[in-house]
Design a protein around this ligand. Structure first.
Ligand code: FAQ
Length: 316
């Protein structure tokens, strides 16, 4: 028991000194489980997040916008791949992770349970959803688990291209016809609050935050990141002449920050519990794609086995 405590103390000092924890290092079991939980939720979000955008690939209004959207959706698949691989270094298999997603044991970001109903939604998703993702993920480049931190560096670079892609769509629509501007405003109206919900419950109601911050898994609290996102995004909306749908939004000169209204927490918890507008559809689609892709996994495994056998043969 005493030894266990001292290992934990040493681990705490190690992360507080800004060292990275690597897969073969000793770590408290709860640390391992917490990182698996967060990283897998993150990986699932990237992969499920492909669905609302893939919905518009065939209907993008120009060849240029189609190519960009296609590249963005492929990037999300890549992010899922790095994150699943990094999660596997903690001793859980890809099959187990996918099973947890498909059976509802593991969560993914609430935001991807909202429908994308117009082309302007591609703008709002890129601008706001990727914008919120970057706000949260820049701090994760300094997270204490080494493979997660390293994966996040490349992911953040790509997310910032995604954010600009979305903002460009909004900028064009906002400067277009009256109808186009109205479409951009409508998308902002629908995506603003769900984007703020991406940061999770308020600090007072966030059961995992204290321990995750102590272990340097999370580097900033949910409310701090949400506030930073609001402060950064409001001037961007003003610049293109759109209005943030929050009557309580007001610059606070004393805090040098925006005050903003209360989120609809009932809606947040309903979506997180599986009762959002698209939760069921997202999982049905995932299961279908996974089943249809079984032959690809089988072929890849057969190829890997063949390569291994060849390597063995030439080494003998
Ligand atoms: N949705 O105690 P906390 C992206 C859960 S990637 C659903 O505060 P924690 C890229 C939470 O899991 C977006 N569930 O939890 C892209 C916990 O449940 P559990 C994803 C949520 O972990 C863009 C419970 O509530 N990013 O967008 C949500 O300390 C465009 C209590 O909450 C990441 O995953 C939510 N919004 O903090 C892709 C980043 N919020 O597991 C395609 C990494 C909370 O105990 C297109 N993750 N919950 O049963 C994190 O930074 C953290 O996990 C938080 C939550 C901040 C999300």
């Amino acid at each position: 028991m005493g030894e266990e405590y001292s290992l934990e103390d040493r681990f705490q000092q190690y992360v507080e000194a800004e060292n990275k924890v690597e897969p073969k290092d000793w770590m408290p079991e709860k640390y391992r489980q917490t990182v698996i939980r967060q990283m897998s939720q993150h990986a699932h979000s990237e992969v499920i997040g492909m669905q609302p955008e893939a919905n518009w690939i065939t209907r993008a209004p120009s060849l240029r916008s189609k190519l960009i959207l296609l590249a963005k959706v492929q990037d999300e698949a890549g992010h899922g791949l790095y994150l699943y691989s990094a999660t596997e270094t903690l001793g859980i298999t890809r099959d187990e992770l996918i099973n947890q997603l498909q059976t509802g044991k593991a969560k993914y970001s609430s935001i991807f349970n909202y429908p994308t109903v117009t082309w302007a939604d591609m703008g709002a998703v890129g601008w706001l959803v990727d914008g919120a993702a970057i706000q949260n993920q820049v701090m994760l480049c300094r997270t204490s688990y080494g493979p997660y931190a390293r994966a996040m560096v490349k992911i953040c670079k790509e997310e910032s291209f995604h954010q600009r892609q979305g903002y460009e769509i909004m900028m064009r629509l906002a400067a277009g016809t009256k109808e186009q501007k109205a479409m951009a405003q409508d998308a902002l109206n629908r995506w603003w609050w769900p984007s703020l919900m991406m940061f999770g419950p308020s600090d007072d109601n966030s059961p995992n935050s204290a321990q995750s911050m102590k272990w340097r898994i999370k580097r900033k609290s949910n409310d701090t990141l949400r506030q930073e996102f609001v402060d950064k995004t409001v001037p961007q909306a003003e610049f293109i002449g759109l209005t943030i749908p929050d009557p309580d939004l007001k610059w606070n000169e004393e805090r040098k920050s925006y005050d903003f209204g209360e989120m609809n927490w009932d809606e947040f918890y309903a979506v997180v519990k599986g009762n959002g507008p698209c939760n069921k559809q997202r999982i049905i689609n995932h299961i279908k794609a996974h089943e249809e892709g079984a032959w690809v996994r089988e072929a890849a495994n057969a190829y890997a086995k063949k390569q291994q056998a060849r390597k063995k043969q030439s080494a003998a």
